[in-house]
Design a protein. Sequence first.
Length: 130
Amino acid sequence: MKWYHDVGLLALRIMTGLGIAYHGYGKLFDEGRMEQFAQGVSEMGFPLPALFAWMAALSELVGGLLVALGAFTRYAAFFIFCTMTVAAFIAHAGDPFTGKEKALLYWTLSIALMLMGGGRYAVERLIKRN
């Protein structure tokens, strides 16, 4: 792989990871937001909506940070993919494209990261070397 592919993957990882982590952080730490999010999960028909809401928010925050660092990238991207699948195709199923565009963007980026991994400039590469 050429060096500029690895630099491009690094930029993709950092911006995707920090962007999705920002959304997870808001769900977890903005006052009243988790309760509101859990209510939305309940309205989608999920059992144990508080548990699923926490799992989704943690997949965004923790998964996003792991993706940004390049640690367990494929696994973290998988959890983001699962969360964004629900967001794009269930939560925003009836919305116009503009309402689901962000979820679809993170969904697509998570697919790319699951397929490509963290790349040369990832923490997981340092761990594998040692």
